[in-house]
Design a protein around this ligand. Structure first.
Ligand SMILES: Cc1ncc(COP(=O)(O)O)c(C=O)c1O
Length: 418
């Protein structure tokens, strides 16, 4: 709920009220245009993302700290993360799901280094992370038969050019451009190649067609607001078959190895992690999963993110200085909501001045304590980014938008006056 409050009449009341206001979300306004209500939770980072509503450190009290993760109790906690994730996401029974080192990056790298090279590969890149995977495959693995399909920030490559006879590497939701694939219809069900999908900013917020995806990766730090320690790796039976029938020509470090003597190391997919996990992070991941179950599972999580996107879309319609970076509304992300500044005054500025302006807008909102981490990614066009994933309350997202308006007007006026 959004409220407003006025200052009291007597000095003592005014003093205690103003201290309350400073510590809380209500602000007194010497500038009449300055919004008067801050979000209760001003966390809008696209990773690590806001903790779930109601999260406190008390949720970690059951963590198995100071104990072995290989003991029965430790393994049970790790297996619980796997089981609850599988249940909430509706992952098919015959898919393996494991906890791996190094967050989403670790999970993607394990997949690329373990599986690629058997046949040709197509790579899609339309923002920073897709481009990272292209660099890995083309420059580091040096695969000869790699085709790269790229698009600028805001767009998607032409999905019709892909060859289902080849492997495919792509990101479901481009976190740094706010562009997601609209669905999985473009992926052929009876393909020969494996589809390797970095889904870290999509999973628990978007509907993923598991039968079209062979390798799916994510980390705990995104949609459920966990800590960024470990990655999750889901493998289809065809991905397992590739692992058991193909050995890449390059060496694999221990933290990437999923097989032992030519067979899948099944233990990894029961919670016997490759190396030592943080049991505090495990407990936090369980806290997020229990919350997800309590609010109604995946449909409720997706609905929360879509409502957040709709709130931003209504605001964008009503203002004239910002627009979605995503060109096609069907590709607008409901998690990493990326905005570009379209005001002609702004677009006439040079690149450095544009970045400085956008940074100042995000900085001003942050200084006011109304919203943190709202700047666009350093590799993306200068602009703003709001995480709208399920842990972000709709009231909070709605409350930060007037602050962006206010900050933009302030920064523009200051720069014009300078
Ligand atoms: C699409 C995508 N891939 C990979 C990463 C890297 O994730 P992590 O830092 O959890 O390894 C991120 C982080 O934001 C991301 O958004």
């Amino acid at each position: 709920m959004v409220n407003s409050i006025g200052p009291g009449d007597r000095p003592s009341i005014r003093r205690s009220l103003s201290s309350h206001l400073r510590k809380n979300r209500f602000v007194t306004a010497s500038d009449p245009e300055r919004p008067t209500v801050r979000p209760r939770n001003p966390h809008f980072s696209s990773g690590p993302c806001a903790k779930r509503p109601g999260w406190t450190h008390a949720g970690l009290s059951g963590a198995l700290t100071g104990r072995s993760h290989r003991a029965a109790d430790g393994k049970a906690k790790l297996a619980e993360v796997i089981d609850r994730s599988r249940e909430v996401l509706g992952i098919p029974e015959d898919y393996r799901l494991g906890i791996v080192p190094a967050s989403d990056t670790g999970a993607v790298e394990i997949a690329l280094w373990s599986l690629l090279g058997a046949i040709g590969v197509d790579l899609l890149a339309w923002e920073n992370f897709g481009k990272t995977w292209v660099t890995d495959v083309v420059r580091h693995l040096e695969l000869d038969d790699a085709r790269v399909f790229e698009a600028d920030y805001g767009g998607l490559p032409d999905l019709a050019q892909l060859d289902p006879g080849r492997d495919l590497v792509f990101t479901w939701n481009g976190t740094t451009s706010g562009v997601r694939v609209p669905n999985g219809d473009w992926i052929v069900p009876d393909r020969r190649g494996l589809t390797i999908c970095d889904a870290t900013s999509a999973v628990f917020a978007m509907d993923l067609p598991w039968d079209r995806l062979d390798v799916i990766t994510w980390s705990w730090q995104k949609a459920l607001g966990g800590e960024a320690a470990h990655g999750m790796l889901a493998l289809s039976p065809r991905a397992v078959q590739r692992l058991e029938s193909y050995s890449p020509p390059w060496p694999l470090p221990k933290v990437f190895r999923l097989t032992k003597d030519g067979h899948l190391n099944e233990g990894i997919f029961r919670g016997e992690t490759i190396n030592t996990p943080s049991m505090l992070c495990v407990e936090d991941a369980l806290d997020g999963l229990r919350w997800a179950e309590q609010i109604g599972g995946l449909p409720a999580l997706m609905a929360r993110a879509e409502v957040n996107l709709a709130t931003v879309a209504r605001w964008v319609e009503a203002i004239d200085w910002a627009d979605f970076l995503a060109e096609d509304p069907a590709t607008r992300s409901c998690t990493s909501i990326c905005l570009k500044i379209v005001d002609p005054w702004f677009t006439a500025l040079g690149a450095d001045a544009q970045r400085a302006t956008a940074t100042s807008v995000a900085g001003l909102v942050q200084e006011a304590g109304a919203g943190y981490d709202l700047g666009s990614h350093r590799e993306a066009p200068p602009g703003l980014r709001l995480w709208g994933g399920p842990t972000v309350e709709n009231d909070d997202l709605a409350a930060v938008l007037p602050w962006l308006d206010w900050a933009y007007r302030q920064v523009k006026a200051d720069r014009r006056a300078a």
